[in-house]
Design a protein around this ligand. Structure first.
Ligand SMILES: NC(=[NH2+])NCCC[C@H](N)C(=O)O
Length: 410
C-alpha cells in the first residue's frame, strides 16, 4: 500500500476500516440530556459491545483490516509534548468554566500514563463524583452544581463515519453541527498530524475542522474516482460543499464533479447516507420519502478556480446513470416501497448499508423488508444484530470509516 488512504469509490473491495468500540461514554447517557447528545435511548453497553465485536469480527472474516480510532489516537501521542498539547486542547474544547476545576482535571489526565487509558477517559467524559477533590469553589460551580458532569461524554464516537471522511488519498476533517460532536474531531486532527501511519505521508486535507460552516461524513459519498455526492442536510450546509469542492479541484485529488443532494433538514434523516447508499456499480438504496422533493445540483470546476453550478432537471436514475457512465441504474427502495415499512426501517438504518465489495454489503438483520428487496435485486448480504447499537441512530455505514479500498477495474 503506497498511500495510507485510498478511497476512490463506495464499493471497491474494503481493505482497511476504522471503527470505535463503544465504551463507558454510553453509560454516561441520562434521559435529561439525550436530545442534546443526539441519542434517542440508552443502549445496554455490554450488549452493544457484543454487537459491535460481531460487526468487527465479520469484517475481519472478510479479510478486512480493522483498526480502532481509540488505538490510533493513543498511538498519535508520540511524545510528552504532543500528549500535553492534546490534553490542553481537549480541555479548551471541553467547556469547563472554572479555572480551578480545569487545573485538577488537567493534573488527573497528565497522571494517566497509559495513552489508551487517557484516550478512553477523554471519550467517556468525567462525572463530578469521580473526583473526590472536586469542590464547589466559585459562582460558576455553584450555579451548575446540579449538573453531574465536569466534562460531557462523547456517545456518538462509534459513528466513525462522521467526524472525518476519507476521499481519494485525502481527508476532510469536519466541522460538526453540534457542540457534542464537534469535540470528537480532535482525534482525527491528532491521528493525521502525528500517527506514524499517516504523518510524513502526504495526506491532503480538503476541509478544516476550524472552518465556520458545518459538514459531516455521513453526507460525503465517493460515487466514483471522478464523482462525489454530498448531502445538503441538517448536518451539512451548502456553503461547506462549495468550499470542499474548491479544495478538491484545487488539490487535484482526481474528482471532477460533486453532486449536491438537497435532502432537507430533518433529524430522522440527518445525513445523506441515512437515505441513500451505493451498493454496486449500478445499484443504490434509497428511502422513498426523499425521492419526490430531492433536488440535485452538479458542481464542476471552471478554469479560473470558480465553480460551475447547475441544477439537474432529471430523475435521480438518469442523473446517476449520466454521471457514472452507465446505461441505467437501479434504485432499491427502503421498505420495498411500502410507506410504513420504509419509515420504520429507515429509522432503524435500513438504507444505511456498508458496501464491502461490489454488490456485497453489511446490513442490520432487523430490517427484514428492505433486506428481502436487496436480496431480490441480487445483492449479497452479511447480517449483523443491532438492537442496542441502533439506539444511537446509525447503521453499518455510519459505524465505519474506510481507510483503504481496492480501486475498481470497470
Ligand atoms: N453517518 C451517519 N448517518 N451517522 C449517524 C449519526 C447518529 C448520531 N446520533 C448523530 O445524530 O449524529
Amino acid at each position: 500500500m503506497s498511500k495510507p488512504i485510498n478511497v476512490f469509490s463506495e464499493i471497491g473491495k474494503l481493505k482497511t476500516v476504522m471503527l470505535h468500540r463503544p465504551g463507558k461514554e454510553l453509560e454516561n447517557l441520562m434521559p435529561d440530556y439525550l436530545e442534546r447528545l443526539l441519542f434517542d435511548d440508552i443502549p445496554f453497553l455490554e450488549q452493544a459491545q457484543k454487537e459491535h465485536d460481531h460487526f468487527a469480527g465479520m469484517l475481519r472474516d472478510k479479510g478486512v483490516e480493522v483498526v480502532y480510532l481509540e488505538d490510533l489516537a493513543a498511538e498519535s501521542l508520540v511524545s510528552e509534548e504532543v500528549r500535553i498539547q492534546f490534553i490542553d486542547q481537549y480541555l479548551d474544547e471541553a467547556g469547563i468554566r472554572s479555572h480551578a476545576v480545569r487545573e485538577k482535571v488537567r493534573e488527573m489526565l497528565i497522571a494517566t500514563e497509559d495513552n489508551r487509558e487517557l484516550i478512553d477517559k477523554t471519550v467517556a467524559g468525567i462525572q463530578k463524583v469521580e473526583m473526590p477533590e472536586y469542590q464547589i469553589e466559585g459562582l460558576a460551580d455553584m450555579i451548575e452544581s446540579a449538573y453531574p458532569f465536569i466534562i460531557d461524554p462523547m456517545p456518538n464516537l462509534y459513528f466513525t463515519r462522521d467526524n472525518f471522511a476519507t476521499m481519494g488519498n485525502g481527508v476532510s476533517l469536519n466541522h460538526m453541527y453540534s457542540v457534542t460532536r464537534q469535540r470528537e474531531a480532535i482525534y482525527g486532527q491528532y491521528i493525521f498530524e502525528y500517527h506514524p501511519r499517516f504523518a510524513g505521508n502526504e495526506v491532503p486535507k480538503v476541509y478544516d475542522r476550524n472552518d465556520t460552516t458545518r459538514i459531516e461524513g455521513g453526507d460525503e459519498l465517493v460515487l466514483s474516482k471522478d464523482v462525489l455526492a454530498v448531502g445538503i442536510s441538517q448536518r451539512t450546509e451548502a456553503a461547506s460543499i462549495e468550499k470542499l469542492a474548491k479544495n478538491i479541484f484545487k488539490q487535484e485529488l482526481g474528482f471532477n464533479c460533486v453532486l449536491a443532494f438537497n435532502i432537507g433538514e430533518y433529524r430522522k434523516f440527518m445525513h445523506l447516507d441515512t437515505v441513500f447508499t451505493m451498493i454496486d456499480y449500478d445499484k443504490f438504496t434509497i428511502h422513498p420519502e426523499i425521492e419526490g422533493e430531492l433536488e440535485v445540483y452538479s458542481i464542476t470546476p471552471k478554469a479560473d478556480g470558480e465553480l460551475n453550478i447547475v441544477r439537474e432537471e432529471d430523475t435521480l436514475e438518469h442523473i446517476l446513470a449520466k454521471y457514472l457512465n452507465r446505461d441505467s441504474v437501479q434504485l432499491i427502495r427502503c421498505g420495498d416501497g411500502n410507506v410504513t415499512a420504509a419509515a420504520r426501517e429507515q429509522w432503524n438504518d435500513g438504507s444505511n448499508t456498508l458496501t464491502i465489495a461490489p454488490g456485497e454489503v453489511v446490513v442490520y438483520d432487523r430490517n427484514t423488508v428492505t433486506n428481502k428487496a436487496l436480496e431480490k435485486a441480487g445483492v449479497k448480504l452479511n447480517y449483523i444484530h443491532g438492537s442496542e447499537l441502533v439506539r444511537g441512530r446509525g447503521g453499518p455505514r455510519c459505524m465505519s470509516m474506510p481507510l483503504y479500498r481496492e480501486d475498481l477495474t470497470k
